[in-house]
Design a binder for this molecule. Structure first.
Ligand SMILES: [Zn+2]
Length: 302
């Protein structure tokens, strides 16, 4: 970990401690156990120690792990779930999951959903933003197809689509949307030998025009990065998830998992006279402005 990350984590650790001491974490956790709500949490590539501690914390506090299928059925009112149900998902299919997450999930029988950009898995395994650094890296960032095939056969693992090339779907034309939803589904199903019915919007951006194409291809759920609990009867193509970042302290991860972290951070950034993080890196319905910003970021990274 570099000096900047270390300093960042120290400051964030103090903020997390404050959120715990103020009772905000406890209140948010209580809310997660009220009827008619489910907690959805997503990661990218947490280190093994952080992920294990998160799982232990959720278990210790009485959460019940559920699969994507459980969530879809619950949203359709076809199934009931115990209070404190929690759905874990992982975006991008990063290699580290093979070592740091999946063995533990298998041992403890924890259902996990992996959202996979199919074209990147089948290609050079480099996520778009890594091409930024001159593309000098020869090390894959994602699974290979054979690795995906292996884990997809595990009963704990559900495979979902994350488009073909990690393409932001907001602002795409219908034929482009159909390619991203249809082709990724076709490839992932051919590798996993099971139906692929859930989807996660890359970088959490969407504009609502995705709906008809998602429905046509038989997707039952589309996950966003909106910071909220999932409530019953909610639009299945707008399922919010709390984000847990990769290299953070365990205390910060707890604040992430109950959803108090981002609002606190936004308030703090506002106090400091900056734009809140969720505006810079939008997690809800994309506006034209957001798409422009995102494209700028994408171009910078590309
Ligand atoms: Zn992603």
């Amino acid at each position: 970990m570099d000096v900047y990350s270390l300093a960042r984590n120290c400051v964030c650790w103090i903020l997390a401690l404050g959120l715990m001491a103020s009772g905000r974490v406890r209140r948010a956790r209580k809310q997660a156990f009220t009827s008619g709500v489910v907690t959805a949490i997503y990661f990218h590539k947490p280190n093994g120690r952080l992920f294990a501690r998160c799982v232990e914390w959720l278990e210790k506090h009485g959460y019940t792990f559920i699969s994507a299928n459980d969530l879809v059925e619950w949203l359709r009112c076809e199934k009931s779930l115990p209070p404190g149900a929690v759905w874990l998902s992982f975006d991008d299919g990063c290699r580290q999951l093979l070592r740091d997450v999946l063995p533990l999930a298998r041992d403890r029988k924890i259902p996990v959903t992996l959202f996979i950009p199919s074209g990147i898995i089948a290609g050079d395994g480099l996520l778009p933003w890594f091409h930024a650094n001159g593309g000098e890296s020869n090390t894959r960032h994602t699974f290979r197809v054979d690795e995906l095939q292996e884990v997809a056969a595990w009963p704990e693992v559900t495979i979902g689509s994350h488009t073909v090339n990690h393409t932001i779907t907001a602002g795409l034309a219908q034929d482009e949307l159909r390619f991203e939803f249809g082709e990724s589904k076709r490839a992932l199903e051919s590798w996993s030998h099971t139906g692929v019915t859930c989807f996660a919007y890359p970088v959490g951006m969407f504009d609502g025009a995705e709906r008809p194409a998602l429905a046509d291809f038989g997707y039952g759920l589309a996950a966003t990065t909106e910071n909220a609990l999932v409530t019953r009867g909610l639009d299945p193509y707008r399922v919010p998830r709390f984000s847990v970042a990769d290299e953070i302290s365990f205390l910060e991860a707890i604040c992430n998992m109950v959803g108090v972290w981002r609002p606190a951070l936004d308030r703090l950034t506002q106090l400091l006279g900056r734009r809140p993080t969720s505006t810079v890196w939008p997690h809800q319905i994309a506006t034209r402005h957001d798409i422009r910003e995102q494209t700028k970021v994408g171009r910078m990274l590309a």
